[in-house]
Design a protein around this ligand. Structure first.
Ligand SMILES: O=C(O)CCC(=O)C(=O)O
Length: 280
């Protein structure tokens, strides 16, 4: 059992990200990695396009969200209590819900993930969210490692950068190289989890290896967050949450604390998440 060190809480508070090592054993990673691989295959296994034929967003990663709904074997990872407790301690929250999970599989030849903050992409407030980024094989600089701008979550910044490169109906600000100059690149060891705050500016390198960068994320938010903006999001619109209403329901169940081995089933009658990407 891992318990979070005070120094990790202080580091997360100061920098907006922290690497927690040795959360998962090789056997855990094999089981969870196999489960997520299988769930991703069920969603996109029939997509035979080469990387160069995909959209710029898909070239950053193959995104499949809410895999916990599809595959019971993924749920033990999504609702992993030790990981949830770590996330809660780092954020300083008593109860966490899941915003969504996601596989972010960066294919060989996949381009960089553009610098961004997560919170402006999510129509909820306040900015009390934390992501667990789990690389099943660790991460390397040539294989899509992530980089974080330390302390950027404390600057009062909230820029919507269109990492999909698809929306384009207004000029979205991108972070430029000077803003990313102090980036800290993280090569995450096998078994570790990188946690980051939803306001931390971050990005990921291209994958120049011949292996898929297999990453799974759980995005947690503090219970009590409300819908704060009207734009469509599956985590809200599937369960009919209106502006100002607390985000509570079976698409965003409590993820921590839960009794051991008690995993919620998929929401009934609320449609399915997008097959890939984040929009229908
Ligand atoms: O893994 C990546 O390429 C990007 C990760 C990311 O943006 C996130 O987890 O919020």
């Amino acid at each position: 059992m891992i318990s979070v060190a005070q120094s990790d809480i202080e580091k997360f508070d100061r920098d907006g990200f922290v690497v927690i090592e040795d959360l998962f054993t090789p056997a855990d990673l094999k089981n969870f990695g196999d489960a997520v691989d299988s769930a991703v295959r069920d969603r996109v296994g029939d997509d035979s396009r080469l990387i160069g034929e995909k959209s710029l967003y898909e070239q950053s990663f193959q995104q499949c969200m809410n895999l916990w709904e599809d595959n019971p074997n993924v749920r033990a990872l999504t609702f992993h209590q030790e990981m949830g407790e770590l996330a809660a301690s780092l954020l300083g929250a008593e109860t966490l819900r899941i915003w969504h999970d996601q596989a972010l599989y960066k294919e060989p030849g996949g381009r960089e993930t553009d610098p961004h903050q997560d919170w402006p992409l999510w129509p909820m407030g306040p900015a009390r969210q934390i992501t667990a980024w789990i690389p099943f094989d660790g991460s390397t600089l040539d294989g899509g490692a992530t980089g974080y701008s330390p302390g950027s979550h404390r600057l009062g910044l909230a820029k919507f950068s269109d990492i999909t490169r698809e929306i384009r109906d207004e000029p979205y600000p991108f972070f430029d190289h000077s803003e990313m100059a102090n980036l800290v690149w993280v090569e995450a060891p096998v078994g570790s989890v990188v946690f980051h705050h939803s306001l931390t500016v971050h990005q990921a390198k291209a994958n120049t290896t011949d292996q898929i960068r297999r990453v799974y994320c759980v995005i947690y938010f503090e219970d009590g967050c409300v819908r704060s903006r009207p734009f469509w999001h599956q985590s809200l619109d599937r369960q009919g949450i209106e502006d100002g209403q607390p985000i509570r329901g079976p698409v965003t169940p409590i993820v921590w604390p839960r009794p051991p081995g008690d995993f919620p089933g998929p929401p009934i009658g609320l449609g399915t998440p997008p097959k890939t990407g984040f929009r229908n």
